[in-house]
Design a protein around this ligand. Structure first.
Ligand SMILES: *[C@@H]1O[C@H](CO)[C@@H](O)[C@H](O)[C@H]1NC(C)=O
Ligand SMILES: *[C@@H]1O[C@H](CO)[C@@H](O)[C@H](O)[C@H]1NC(C)=O
Ligand SMILES: *[C@@H]1O[C@H](CO)[C@@H](O)[C@H](O)[C@H]1NC(C)=O
Ligand SMILES: *[C@@H]1O[C@H](CO)[C@@H](O)[C@H](O)[C@H]1NC(C)=O
Ligand SMILES: *[C@@H]1O[C@H](CO)[C@@H](O)[C@H](O)[C@H]1NC(C)=O
Ligand SMILES: *[C@@H]1O[C@H](CO)[C@@H](O)[C@H](O)[C@H]1NC(C)=O
Length: 511
């Protein structure tokens, strides 16, 4: 290839002036030189100058590379490209498949672009380090080919947007590090429902910009997820729900709360001076009087089927139960209690004498936990649990009665005006409608007038539109506007006529 270029240049020299010839030679020389500069984009793998190759490990760290070396051997298992200048990871960074690549290290590169096809040829990746780069967003399906990925390092980037489908397909992911970014929304979809990453045991969202946590949803998660859910050093807004959440985690000795207790801080809400930051664990007494957290006991009614869960900090532990009085729950026994395959204890039917302190021993290769569950069984069945149910029933009946009364009021009251216009005229008013359109309201009381305006706005739409859109002669069309927004049916438009139709339209407009 180079030779042919040389020949062409030679022919060109013979034909044209020497200046052009010199120029060409210079350019050619330059390009040849560029090819030999270590670190030039897309240069072939050089196991002597730019990289260190140790059988299946290729390490090209700190070599000022601007592109991934080409012609990587297909047996590469570890590829270290950290501390270089690779700004973009294009689809064709590895033209051939690297079927054995398990570790890809790309930290400290100034990466700001990831092609949506960047990982198609490295589907066996287990460990991907993209930390300390300049990534801003994570697009949908970006990691989808990586079905075997277990650890993903994305800390210290500029990520502010995470698409809800960004981690679709990464079903083996166990550890996801997103700290030191600009994330402001808690990516709850990673830990709940169908979209959740089933094997995720560590999600680090510390040092981001999260203000509001979905505390109810987080509290409902199993302890082995919460144990690795880090969100310290975020500008959280103080609240007793936040205190209660963390206090519970702390009592359960969950790592996320235990290890970073002092790094959970929050901003006090308005009555306090702005930007007052306090420790979340100080909220109970000093700042917000949040009630001290107390773990609640399990309660059950006689004859119910009850399951007690052994909510361990670690996943996949084998669990054994001790009933009150140190009775071991055995597999084939004739006990009313039995251990379910997932480790929960089922008691059916439950009796008052089952009340007491239950112990769950959970053991795995690496860990060892003991949990206590205190159960109180009421001495009556759930149906006979009379009082509370009766109260609920009474409340329901009372509520229905009030609804009926309100309906009667709504439908019968205006009837006076429409069915018997004479009587209303005697009252000194033509109709609600006229009172609304007339420039000088017959009513002196402005609040009453507003009230009537609203009524008309709902009753008589065609007539109103017939008034050339002249809806509110007094110029204070704020009321209708407010009504529209209260109905959630549309944003106010410039044209009054439009705003009327938006108020009356039955199809809600998307705001
Ligand atoms: C990389 O670039 C820096 C600064 O330009 C230089 O000091 C360093 O020697 C280079 N490293 C290599 C391996 O070429
Ligand atoms: C907390 O409660 C105590 C006693 O109930 C009260 O004296 C104190 O003012 C309260 N503090 C705050 C911040 O509400
Ligand atoms: C279980 O069975 C054994 C013998 O079959 C009997 O002695 C024992 O009372 C039974 N226990 C219960 C709780 O029914
Ligand atoms: C349950 O029993 C254990 C061990 O005997 C004890 O440490 C724990 O305090 C008991 N829990 C309650 C609520 O009584
Ligand atoms: C569990 O831990 C306790 C104390 O830490 C220890 O005595 C016990 O042998 C451990 N059990 C297993 C099965 O590791
Ligand atoms: C349940 O309560 C009834 C009366 O309220 C009493 O007769 C019975 O002995 C109680 N049973 C138990 C197991 O406490």
């Amino acid at each position: 290839m180079l030779q042919t270029l040389h020949q062409t240049t030679g022919v060109g020299c013979g034909l044209s002036e020497t200046v052009t010839c010199l120029c060409w030679s210079f350019l050619l020389g330059l390009s040849v030189a560029l090819l030999w500069i270590p670190g030039a984009a897309g240069s072939a793998l050089n196991c002597h100058k730019t990289c260190i190759c140790a059988s299946n490990i290729v390490s090209c760290s700190k070599m000022n590379l601007t592109g991934v070396p080409t012609e990587l051997p297909p047996y590469t298992v570890v590829l270290d490209l950290s501390y270089n200048d690779i700004a973009r990871l294009r689809a064709e960074w590895t033209p051939g498949k690297l079927p054995k690549l398990h570790n890809l290290l790309l930290s400290h590169n100034g990466l700001h672009f990831l092609s949506s096809e960047a990982f198609l040829n490295v589907k066996q990746l287990r460990y991907l380090d993209l930390s300390s780069n300049k990534l801003r967003l994570l697009d949908e399906f970006i990691f989808e080919p990586l079905a075997h990925l277990e650890v993903l390092l994305l800390y210290n980037n500029h990520i502010s947007q995470i698409d809800r489908l960004a981690f679709t397909g990464v079903n083996s992911l166990q550890k996801l590090y997103l700290s030191q970014n600009q994330v402001s929304r808690f990516p709850l979809e990673l830990v709940v429902d169908k979209s959740r990453l089933e094997k995720l045991i560590l999600l680090d969202l510390s040092s981001n910009r999260i203000k509001i946590l979905p505390t109810t949803e987080l509290q409902a998660l199993p302890a082995w997820i919460k144990n690795g859910l880090y969100f310290h050093n975020n500008p959280l807004v103080c609240g007793c729900d936040l205190y209660s959440l963390l206090a519970h985690w702390y009592i359960r000795k969950l790592n996320s709360a235990l290890d970073f207790k002092d790094n959970y801080r929050c901003f006090l809400p308005p009555p306090a001076p702005p930007k007052t930051q306090v420790g979340v664990f100080e909220l109970s007494s000093d700042y917000m009087n949040c009630s001290t957290f107390k773990q609640t006991d399990e309660e059950a009614f006689m004859e119910q089927t009850l399951t007690l869960s052994c909510d361990t900090k670690h996943k996949d532990m084998s669990k054994t139960w001790l009933m009150p009085g140190n009775v071991v729950v055995s597999a084939g026994g004739n006990q009313t209690a039995k251990v379910l395959p997932d480790g929960r204890l089922q008691i059916s039917p439950v009796r008052p004498e089952d009340s007491g302190n239950y112990t769950c021993f959970a053991v795995s290769e690496a860990h060892n936990e003991t949990l206590y569950v205190v159960l109180k069984v009421h001495n009556f069945t759930m149906n006979a649990g009379g009082d509370t149910l009766n109260t609920a029933y009474t409340t329901l009946v009372g509520c229905l009665a009030s609804v009926v009364l309100v309906l009667i009021y709504l439908y019968l009251t205006p009837c006076r005006c429409f069915c018997c216009p004479n009587r209303v005229k005697k009252g000194g008013e033509d109709s609600i409608h006229s009172s609304m359109i007339s420039v000088t309201p017959t009513h002196d009381d402005p609040t009453l007038k507003t009230e009537l305006n609203r009524h008309v706005a709902f009753i008589d739409s065609k007539d109103l539109q017939g008034q050339n859109g002249k809806l509110n002669p007094n110029g204070d069309d704020e009321d209708l506007d407010e009504e529209a927004s209260m109905l959630g049916k549309g944003r106010r438009k410039k044209s009054v006529a439009e705003s009327i139709s938006s108020v009356f339209s039955d199809t809600p407009m998307v705001v």
